[in-house]
Design a protein around this ligand. Sequence first.
Ligand code: IMP
Length: 429
Amino acid sequence: MPATILVGAHWGDEGKGRVVDEFAAKADVVARFGGGDNAGHTVYADGKVFKFHLLPSGVLHEQTACVLGNGMVINPVNLLKEIDSLASTGVDISPKRLLISTRAHIISPAHIALDKAAEKARGDKAIGTTLRGIGPAYLDKAARQGIRAGLMSDTEEFAEALHDAVERANHVLSQQNMELLDAHESAVTYIEAAERLKPYLCETSVYINQRLREGARVLCEGAQGTMLDVDHGDYPYVTSSSSIAGGALTGLGFGPLYVDRVIGIAKAFSSRVGAGPMPTELNDEIGDRLRGTGENFWDEFGTTTGRRRRCGWLDGVILHYAAQLNGFSELYLTKLDVLSGLKEVKIAVAYEIDGKRYDFPPTMISDLERAKPILETLPGWEEDVSGIRHEADLPAAARTYIQRIADLCETPVRTVSVGPARNQVVALA
Ligand code: IMP
């Protein structure tokens, strides 16, 4: 296995953390290629719950090298908190196994303030961002005025760049009558963090290419999901990075010929956090049931923001679209156990917009907002599937549901998870 790419097929929160953790057991390198601490990846291992925002979810497997790629935007203060918290549990997270791309971009306090200001200015058209400064950081990157992580190795220049960024932000904030940032105060914790992160900096693209040439197994960990991709998602209700499989190549800096497997991760139903259209959303007791009460860590409440996720029937239109965009070689379906006990289960197989059928999501958000799902109904199953480990033991109705998804997406479903623990998975032929 040279490179495997793992990406979310919907709007994020598909359960990527647990899947990356599973595949990382057999990987040499695990690399994040996009986004920042807007991501929230949960891994449940040895009876403990780990939540990762910036560190790759494969970090618990100590044989892996972990890479934060050039496509990421990194808040150094939050990264250090995560490193320290994990190190306190005894996991080795030294520069020997964590490498931060010198070409990744830094999220400064200015970006966070500007994210808040932009959301406020959008009023009822707010995107519902995670307020982590993601959009403004990518904006600065594209405008060629961002701060690259490599600058952390020169404290004086780094401090100057932070100062300039805060001054620029204050100009915008003052126009919106928002509280201004104190340039000195904001810089202090960042400079301290930069000092500690210096030893982790590396030309990660050179490193990954070298490892690939040596035959190392590289696992590329997607964040967010296909419909949050800045080009192919439901713009403008998207994040600001390329979250599809193609983003792994630019976000890590290696060529497509190394990739031999692209795994799409989808939940057995759909969920979304933040604003934007969601044609299969259920605002009824079934939606509540899919979400859970929030008592369990696997219930549908945001890992990063704690926000309640919107839930609904599986959107097969989006899944089919995602299978094409990413070129999935297989699907990994999570949370099948949550559907147990429903009399019937439904899948959106197309949309109807103004009397016309759409097999793929329309480009314009105003069209997608009017889309009504064309739902196919299948029989549900009563059985608790959480203890099942073999395909043959799955209820017939569950197998029919899985097969329908595979047919609709023209992609085989190779694995389903039936609970949060590492061993609660069923491999499919
Ligand atoms: P941003 O990435 O913070 O700018 O947020 C843009 C949109 O993407 C918002 O709707 C967020 O809720 C959503 N989003 C960003 N990251 C994630 C994620 O990891 N899971 C789910 N939704 C996300």
